[in-house]
Design a protein around this ligand. Structure first.
Ligand code: FE
Length: 196
């Protein structure tokens, strides 16, 4: 197919405009798609979703078991959605003996509809390499110092398997409501680079 050619030196903006024009000419609506995606990112794919999941797991042991055995089904119970290609959601339970942390060594995958879009540092080569090679040192540099006897498990996200870390419930929170508990849960806690 012949398209009007852009000079090799065309700016990113010129290239984007050319692609949008080509899609428009074929009856697609790229501007609508972009607006729709932006709305999802800003309004719907938020770490507050995962925080609700964690708070419910802390409060309801039967739900916690269901979350640990089938994350996708547990997410659906709360009326939350995951894309079809996120075929599995695996919840990784932190304990005093085991600390879980997630990464994507290939790129930047997360369960983004549940824990939010990945932060910039998560996509950087330094995090992706060092969290595997020297996880204890890297976590310490990020402000999370773990006891030497705590085992660290690093989980590498794939296209169809996504993870969420189920942090330990902070000790001073007995009797708290689910919304109160959810307010404690951060995106970094669900990635496994922060304690709550
Ligand atoms: Fe990725």
């Amino acid at each position: 197919m012949h398209s009007p050619s852009l000079p090799v030196s065309a700016s990113l903006e010129q290239r984007t405009a050319a692609i949008e024009a080509a899609l428009d000419a074929r009856g697609f609506k790229p501007a609508d798609f972009i607006a729709e995606q932006a709305e999802m990112i800003e309004q719907q794919w938020l770490p507050e979703n995962g925080a609700r999941l964690v708070a419910k797991a802390w409060s309801d042991s039967a739900f916690r078991q269901r979350l640990l055995s089938n994350g996708r089904a547990a997410v659906a119970e709360l009326g939350l959605a995951m894309p079809q290609h996120h075929r599995h959601l695996v919840a990784l339970e932190n304990t005093p003996a085991v600390h879980n942390v997630i990464c994507c060594t290939l790129c930047s995958c997360t369960a983004f509809t549940i824990i939010g879009l990945p932060p910039d540092w998560y996509k950087e080569l330094e995090y992706r390499a060092r969290v595997v090679r020297e996880s204890r040192t890297l976590l310490k540099e990020m402000g999370l110092e773990l006891a030497p006897e705590t085992e660290i498990r690093v989980w590498d996200t794939t296209a169809d398997t996504r993870y969420i870390v189920l942090p330990e419930r902070p000790p001073h929170t007995s009797g708290w409501s689910e919304p109160q508990l959810a307010a404690l849960v951060s995106r970094d806690g669900m990635i496994g680079v922060a304690r709550l």
